[in-house]
Design a protein around this ligand. Structure first.
Ligand SMILES: Nc1ncnc2c1ncn2[C@@H]1O[C@H](COP(=O)(O)OP(=O)(O)OP(=O)(O)O)[C@@H](O)[C@H]1O
Length: 228
């Protein structure tokens, strides 16, 4: 079980995350939704252990096997996808044949020798997914994984998520693509200005007569931006 207890993060004078608490049962597929700057990436990077919270405690992620997919990646010039995954595999002690497996899964085998600087946004997203699953993680943390994916790869992504769910992985991802969120998640945390606004089963969104976009707007529009 992953537990966030009163976790907060401030950058300079701006509070990205106000004291935030949530409990996530193993095997859950949970989506983080919210407008730009709501604190979703901050929360994911705290869960991934990349950003240290100013206060509070995160438990349930220390010993577990975590895969993290950031929303972007700075890669040194001249590096190909295959070379990049080889570095990653070396760092983690992953077997080399796994690299070809994940490249095939994300449809990048033919483009694996190309420099990553020539990759489109969607290709880069697929590479980031491949990097995340190199070691078959139990906890998948994804920051806007659907960004830049064309409809074919969005459908593939949903199937990958379904496969990891069946294996019992815990999946936490942020997304603005509400229809995709409703298709795969069972719980939705709606964030707003660094705070948790709603924590609901995805079913509450699916069964609403309003479109998910309208529901999102209705829930977030009446909340004033607090002074800091
Ligand atoms: N490294 C940083 N330095 C300064 N401010 C930051 C940093 N990272 C995030 N912030 C600020 O913290 C707030 C929350 O940002 P965060 O990236 O977590 O939001 P988000 O919900 O992921 O937004 P988006 O949907 O736009 O990606 C924003 O106001 C952002 O400007």
């Amino acid at each position: 079980m992953i537990k966030l207890e009163q976790v907060s993060k401030t950058y300079g004078s701006h509070t990205a995350l106000h004291p935030f608490s949530a409990t996530i049962q193993p095997g859950t597929c949970l989506a983080l939704c919210g407008g730009n700057g709501a604190g979703k990436s901050t929360l994911l990077s705290i869960l991934a252990g990349i950003v240290r919270p100013d206060s509070g405690r995160v438990t349930g992620v220390e010993q577990r096997h975590i895969g993290y997919m950031p929303d972007s990646l700075q890669i040194p010039a001249g590096v190909s996808a295959r070379r990049w995954l080889m570095y990653m595999a070396q760092l983690r002690g992953t077997k080399r044949n796994r690299i070809e497996e994940v490249l095939d899964m994300v449809g990048l085998t033919d483009a694996a020798g190309r420099e990553l600087s020539s990759y489109s946004r969607g290709m880069m997203q697929r590479l980031l997914f491949a990097q995340m699953i190199l070691d078959e993680p139990d906890i998948l943390l994804m920051d806007e994984p659907g960004n830049g994916l064309d409809p074919f790869w969005v459908e593939e992504w949903k199937q990958w998520i379904e496969a990891y769910r069946k294996r019992g992985a815990t999946i936490i991802f942020s997304s603005h693509l509400l229809h995709d969120v409703l298709a795969v998640s069972e719980r939705i945390l709606l964030m707003h200005n660094g705070r948790l606004l709603k924590d609901e089963p995805a079913e509450a969104w699916r069964s609403d007569v309003r479109s998910p976009e309208q529901r999102f707007l209705d829930l977030t529009k009446s909340i004033p931006i607090p002074d800091e």
